[in-house]
Design a protein around this ligand. Sequence first.
Ligand code: ATP
Ligand code: MG
Length: 463
Amino acid sequence: MMQRIFRKIRRFLSKAPVSSGQATGHPSHNRISRNDHKVSRQSIDKTALDVLYGLKRAGYDAYLVGGGVRDLLLGLEPKDFDVVTNASPEEVKSIFRHKCQLIGRRFRLAHVRFGRQIVEVATFRGGDDHGKDRQVDSAGRVLRDNVYGTLEEDVWRRDFTVNALYYDIKDFSIVDHVGGLADIKAGQLRLIGDPKTRYREDPVRMIRAIRFAAKLGFAIEPKTEKPLFELGPLLEDVSHARMFEEVLKLFHSGVGVEVFEKLRHYDLFKHLFPLTDAMLGTEVAHFPRQLVIESLKSTDKRIQEDKPVNPAFLFAAFLWEPMMQRRQIHLDSDMSPQDAMFAAANDVLEQQIRRTSIPKRFTAQIRDIWSLQFRLSKRFGARAAQLRAHPRFRAAYDFIGIRLAAGELELAELFNWWTEYQEKDAIEQIAFANEIKKPARAPKRRRTGRNMYRRKRDSDTSE
Ligand code: ATP
Ligand code: MG
């Protein structure tokens, strides 16, 4: 009841005609008028504009916020557009009806769908930090935050100053309360408020800092940067499902190599991929590290070319060395090669999902990519066509490509053969695969020790 009244008062105040720049009660020097900034309506996604105008027509305040405004100011193409409003999620729902779905528990949000496009509409967050709709745990993490407020309050809930610029659909001005525009000009990332507290509230902000620094080429301002060296362990408390999503955003950003280097610099990578990190420390002749880099290079290239990327590919690459190491232990205890690989795969994937969940469809694909590494060499006769028809063939072939690029030069023959095979027509392919001689079975040998592991791995693909 009280909430309804507050909402009414808020709506009345926000509609009240006040002098320019004071529509929501903030001083005009925080408002940059339409002629003094570079965001133009032409560059805003049509769907986002429809949502903004829909809210405005219904009498609410509506702003574009976050990455959309930031990227347009930087002359980049925004990935998505986020809208924020003083309408409650339920009110947003009543405006857009069947086009709108309410989601989220931690933060309640509205998703407005036009065709295949979705625009995320959030309600200004605010209120005091002890309200019943805001829950913080003993470590200072925000668990639930559904107190609605004003734009001025909403600003303080955002992460970086450059993400807290609001483009007002009413007069096309930009509201900047935290010096976000100056930071954009200076090319720096600065957390709003006390950095340690903000990272504790939500440790994901640490990896967001890395992602934006890499993507925008921004420097991380010293006070925002310092805690990155200390607070890494907090990442282990974040929900594994959210971590999976965040890790994908990190490595599918188009600047994955740089993200990886930065994560290593701040010693954050080990909290995301502990098994991979352990291998990086013990690598031989730069081999493991190169595979991670090669997989990221290939992913970055695909993203730049607008080609689809598969999360299973990256996880398969990151976890390949840890899997191979365990596989060798199983081989040494006389397990069959196939059983050894699958046992190693299970072990490695089980440990990884303690940090980032991996949806089942992807773990299945990771196992396929791995097992095809051994199977692609057995390509004589009809087998070639069967392998080519495997749904994971292309990923497995690319995977051989990155292993080769990472220094496994003995894979060159196999990789080139499959490259040539794919270029032929169906009839030629049969003849080509028939030229392969069925290899004689190698006598079974007992293998022990690290040197044998390397020798064995080198010869795996010609089994
Ligand atoms: P991009 O979409 O390019 O990845 P973005 O800045 O738009 O970058 P989103 O995840 O889309 O990032 O979030 C939109 C906005 O919501 C951010 O710009 C920021 O203002 C706010 N935000 C998102 N995540 C957080 C967070 N963990 N803590 C505080 N504010 C956040
Ligand atoms: Mg965004």
